[in-house]
Design a protein around this ligand. Structure first.
Ligand code: TIU
Length: 227
């Protein structure tokens, strides 16, 4: 058991019932020519979280914390892609349209893959999700329950979109969520900051409204001290 420094207060972490959930660290969000860029965003803003995410994965793998990865994307036939989602990008830059990394946000295309710096190990599940939340239309919840996981260390992109949606879904499923703030990134730095504030708000020593916010260095200290 490790005691992790966090906002709004410390939280006990048992590595055996904890998982890192690495959200959507895909080329389509982090590299030019993918979905993030198609939405008009400066993808360079997300690059700064890669190194902290590498540190988080290394720590989890050393401490025996389970690691799961997610990818947002759709079937090649796009029958799982809502029209209302597809049509929110301009023609030529829509989900399914050809881009420099293959068809945008389509499973099996190069852009849909996780960036090589954060490649999953063969033993780490990758959950393909059609929506923003990692629980919507996936088997993530049963995987976590079957493994006895009750606490998530959440990282990835983007903070206020897929990370936040997933944290909200996890809350309603009774899971404890610790968002690792320096391992999350957004195309909008002010949204990132506010999204983290929202997680730890309305709380005291027992946690915030959606859980806790911490950082990689605090995790490292907690596990060095006796996790
Ligand atoms: N656009 C944006 O900020 N995010 C997404 O569309 N998906 C994720 O956050 N993964």
């Amino acid at each position: 058991m490790a005691v992790l420094d966090a906002e709004p207060g410390p939280i006990e972490i048992d590595p055996g019932s904890t998982a890192v959930l690495m959200i959507d660290m895909q080329r389509d969000f982090l590299e030019p020519g993918g979905f993030g860029a198609a939405l008009g965003n400066d993808v360079a803003l997300l690059g700064r979280v890669v190194a902290p995410c590498q540190a988080l994965l290394a720590l989890a793998r050393t401490c025996g914390i389970a690691v799961l990865h997610t990818r947002e994307g759709h079937r090649p036939d796009m029958m799982d892609a809502p029209r209302a989602k597809v049509e929110r990008s301009p023609k030529g830059l829509r989900i399914g349209d050809p881009g420099p990394m293959g068809r945008i946000l389509i499973r099996g295309e190069p852009g849909h893959d996780i960036i090589p710096e954060l490649a999953p190990l063969d033993s780490e599940p990758v959950i393909d999700k059609p929506g923003k939340g990692a629980f919507y239309q996936t088997d993530l919840e049963s995987m976590l329950r079957n493994r006895g996981i009750d606490t998530l260390l959440v990282a990835g992109v983007t903070t206020e979109v897929c990370v936040h949606t997933t944290v909200r879904e996890a809350n309603d499923r009774g899971l404890r969520c610790v968002v690792i703030g320096d391992c999350c990134g957004s195309y909008f730095p002010h949204f990132h900051a506010t999204a983290l504030e929202m997680v730890a708000a309305q709380g005291g020593d027992l946690g915030g409204i959606f859980g806790w916010v911490s950082e990689v260095a605090s995790l490292r200290r907690a596990f060095a001290a006796g996790g």
